[in-house]
Design a protein around this ligand. Structure first.
Ligand code: FCB
Length: 477
């Protein structure tokens, strides 16, 4: 195998964070241990027909018990950062009151193990596992949930602030609001467009209140962020109607969060597009200001572009938005917008491989918010990984996917985007929400019945890139 001389390879600066990401419900298991109670995902998984073959995160990949082995794997992969999430129902089971020390101890031990291995811990406070008790009281459509989230954030910040320097409030609030309460393909499975918009606002508010609460308890050097799954929206054709469809999806997909969080207001066009559903009177005076807190970096999760068109009178809009089926739409106020698969190669999720969408998002953000450092907090691909005769997993498609997206990050940096790190989704194969264990995103294969971890060939390649900071091609040219 021959590689070009390393001086010709795209290079990332020293200190660039090379990471992998997971989330609590997808990897931890230990669902009923040490005081953890049910989250909305435990309930959803038990509801017939919601998750592929009735799979649950009860055991997941047993990270709760195997985190030491998993940190060793990360060290072997040359990772310099690990993005994990804290399970709210593990550390504050009812969503109220004092923290559960046994639950907090798990994250203390995890952070200590990471620090000892020279790996920067990056903690996300909410990756979709709302305590069921808060959902039973109304969930994210209710303002009280935002207030509870800020209290929980302070509690975790106090417990881990001496060890964890990088914090993310919410992961992909778009999914929480619009897949959780709009299309219902995610927990809690409601299908009510107004509830979805109310949830979006209270997630925004929860973010703002949590940032304020965290600033009160964390050391000054702590770096706070939010991770958004921004949609790289493209009109199917250059027609005015398709461009308006793209504007509409940009509003309810991206600017519904970017507006209040980064600019302090909801976009006028979003309010107009959804005026037939709600007058947004759940937004109280002062809320946009509360939401608009200075951030130290922004996390961008990206997998595939979003191609949209206006739908002709009488025709049924195409629904290939990559966000699962369901009869209800996750796009309030956009009933006439059609969603199309972008052309080209696809992953096992059916998502088109198109790194230009990542470049587009990063450079657009850099133009609009030149002083806000960025990190790619999720990017990766599911493929069908089969062992060869020796039990090894060769996954050149995954390495090619990550390579192409890292090249896009490198180009975006050259074009002025201040991207400070990249986290591939995911470290390990894990519980992929409504798809259960049927979709594998890991650099490391997990044999679910035995919990055996086997790094795939993509892991070896990624380790080389992380160690050298050079974007080596995954296969010899
Ligand atoms: C993202 C989620 C993450 C994972 C990937 C594939 O939307 O944040 O948990 O499921 O998709």
């Amino acid at each position: 195998m021959s590689f070009p001389p390393s001086t010709e390879l795209p290079r990332f600066p020293a200190g660039f964070l090379w990471g992998a990401a997971t989330s609590a419900y997808q990897v931890e298991g230990a669902a009923a241990e040490d005081g953890r109670t049910a989250s909305i995902w435990d309930t959803f998984c038990r509801t017939p027909g919601k998750v592929f073959q009735g799979h649950t995160g009860e055991v997941a990949v047993d990270h709760y018990h195997r985190f030491r082995e998993d940190v060793r794997l990360m060290a072997e992969l040359g990772l310099t950062a690990y993005r994990f999430s804290v399970a709210w129902p593990r550390v504050q089971p009812t969503g109220h009151g004092p923290g559960v020390q046994l639950g907090l101890d798990f994250y203390r031990r995890l952070a200590d193990e990471l620090l000892a291995a020279g790996i920067t811990p990056v903690a996300t406070l909410y990756h979709w596992d709302l305590p069921q008790e808060l959902e039973s009281a109304g969930g994210w459509p209710e303002r009280a949930t935002a207030e509870r989230f800020a209290e929980y954030a302070a509690l975790v910040g106090e417990a881990l602030g001496d060890r964890v320097g990088h914090w993310t409030t919410l992961n992909e609030p778009w999914c929480s609001a619009f897949l959780g309460y709009g299309s219902g393909v995610h927990a809690p499975g409601r299908t009510d467009p107004v509830a979805a918009l109310r949830a979006a606002h209270h997630l925004n508010l929860g973010h703002g209140l949590a940032v304020t609460a965290l600033r009160g308890v964390l050391p000054g050097a702590a770096r706070l962020s939010v991770a958004l799954n921004l949609h790289a929206v493209r009109p199917l054709t250059p027609s005015a109607a398709d461009r308006d469809a793209a504007r509409r999806i940009d509003a309810v997909g991206n600017r519904v969060f970017l507006g209040p969080m980064l600019e302090g207001f909801y976009p006028e066009d979003l309010l107009a597009d959804t005026a037939h559903l709600t007058d947004w009177s759940f937004v109280r005076d002062g809320d946009p200001k509360e939401i608009h807190q200075p951030l130290d970096w922004l996390g961008v999760n990206y997998y595939t572009p979003t191609v949209v068109s206006a739908t002709a009178e009488g025709a049924t809009p195409a629904r290939e938005d990559g966000h699962g089926g369901g009869t209800a739409s996750p796009w309030p106020g956009a009933d006439r917008v059609g969603f199309h698969r972008a052309p080209g190669e696809r992953t096992a999720m059916g998502w088109a491989v198109d790194p230009s969408g990542l470049h587009q998002l990063l450079t657009d953000l850099a133009r609009r918010h030149p002083d806000l450092p960025l990190m790619v907090t999720e990017n990766g691909a599911a493929y069908v990984d089969e062992p060869d005769a020796d039990g090894a997993f060769d996954d050149p498609e995954r390495a090619a996917y990550i390579h192409a997206h890292l090249a896009a990050v490198h180009r975006a940096r050259a074009d002025g985007a201040d991207v400070r790190g990249y986290f591939t989704w995911s470290l390990l194969d894990n519980f992929e929400w409504a798809y259960g264990y049927a979709k594998r995103f890991g650099l490391v294969h997990v044999d679910f019945p035995t919990q055996t971890r086997t790094p795939k060939s993509s892991a070896g390649w990624y380790a080389r890139v992380a160690r050298t900071g050079e974007l080596h091609p995954p296969v010899a040219p």
